[in-house]
Design a protein around this ligand. Structure first.
Ligand code: COA
Length: 334
């Protein structure tokens, strides 16, 4: 018998410190007007002192309480992040220890801004297979530490935060009806954040120019903005169509869409292309900017805890990001 997988709890955590567009105009040559009209972002949270695992722990523990589960009841923790505290250990292991989730396996997953979607689909497979019952998926980022604060075309876009969901083998909550995952590695250079360069005693660093050597080892986000914009609009549309067709639903059957919160204009264009009114798209990027893997979990928690959802509502989560990656999860709310 096919088992069902539902979201039984959600949580979010945003650092307290707010950075407005005006604050940013003191750092780089930009303006509130430019950022608002090109992106829709008004302010973002920038962490002071709390690293990714701290944000992840806070969001995860709220989601656990919301699900009514004890930490020992969690079988697996997946943390989706591109800004972990360490390469090793994983963010998920640090969260596992802090929560006291002593029975949980734990690992991190990298799918950039599609991280929450990839994490939820991975969790769904573990539950459907019967291996695990309760899985905590957290999307958490401190992008502020990998932003080039001198590059006005990227530093104005992003923010820090964490969102979390608990998935279980139940029809209750937000039951997963359909999923879709995609990747296009041929466009990997559209959105990057470098890691450790290959320098070791066998590499002759004299062959590397001084300026390149200085840049190496400083992970910073680099982006081809317009290419990413086009990819985002196309893949939101493609992924929405894919999940709808998998369960024979039509645009009108959908109550809400929670897109990855990158740019108001991306969402508006996707809304026009797919012909679903913009009012059905849940948007909070004006307050948080793009929090990468965290954004969909944060938005889902806000929507779930509002009075906007009714039993039977169909909700689609749809993400896109570095890799390039994209994906969607279609839920039925109860
Ligand atoms: N403030 C003021 N001017 C800025 C600026 C800023 N923060 N950032 C860029 N500009 C300038 C550029 O230097 C350029 O100036 P120029 O014409 O003198 O060269 C001008 O604005 C236009 O730049 P352009 O890159 O063409 O703007 P755009 O309309 O494409 O908007 C983005 C730029 C980044 C907002 C847009 O491409 C975008 O949102 N892309 C998707 C990014 C994204 O969502 N990434 C994450 C995905 S997970």
């Amino acid at each position: 018998m096919m088992s069902h997988v539902g979201i039984i709890g959600t949580g979010r955590y945003l650092p307290e410190n707010i950075m407005t567009n005006d604050d940013l105009s003191n750092l780089v040559d930009t303006s509130d007007e430019w950022i608002r009209t090109r992106t829709g972002i008004r302010e973002r949270r920038i962490s002071v002192g709390m690293n990714t695992s701290d944000l992840a722990y806070e969001a995860g523990s709220i989601a656990l309480k919301n699900a009514g589960l004890k930490p020992e009841e969690i079988d697996l923790i997946i943390c989706a992040t591109i800004t972990p505290d360490y390469f090793m250990p994983s963010c998920a292991c640090i969260v596992q220890a802090r929560l006291g989730a002593v029975n949980a396996a734990a690992f991190d997953l990298t799918a950039a801004c599609t991280g929450m979607i990839y994490g939820m689909v991975t969790a769904e497979q573990f539950i459907k297979s019967g291996m695990y019952k309760n899985v905590l998926v957290i999307g958490a980022e401190t992008l502020s530490k990998v932003l080039d604060w001198k590059d006005r075309s990227t530093c104005v876009l992003f923010g820090d935060g964490a969102g979390a969901v608990v998935l279980s083998n139940t029809k209750k909550g937000g039951m997963i009806l359909a999923t879709n995952l995609e990747a296009d590695g041929s466009k990997y250079d559209h959105l990057t954040c470098s890691a450790i360069p290959l320098i070791n005693p066998c590499v002759n660093t004299e062959d590397i120019s001084a300026s390149r050597l200085k840049m190496l080892g400083q992970p910073k986000i680099r982006m081809l903005g317009q290419e990413v914009f086009k990819y985002a609009v196309r893949t939101i549309t493609d992924n929405l169509k894919a999940v709808l067709s998998k369960v024979n639903l039509k645009n009108d059957d959908i109550a809400y869409i929670i897109p990855h919160q990158a740019n108001q204009r991306i969402i508006e264009q996707a809304s026009k292309f797919i012909k679903i009114p913009i009012q059905k798209f849940f948007i909070n990027l004006d307050r948080y900017g793009n929090t990468s893997a965290a954004s969909i979990g944060i938005a889902l928690d806000e929507l779930a805890k509002s009075d906007k959802l009714s039993t039977g509502d169909k909700v689609i989560l749809v993400g896109f990001g570095g890799g390039m990656t994209s994906g969607a999860v279609l839920l039925e709310w109860s």
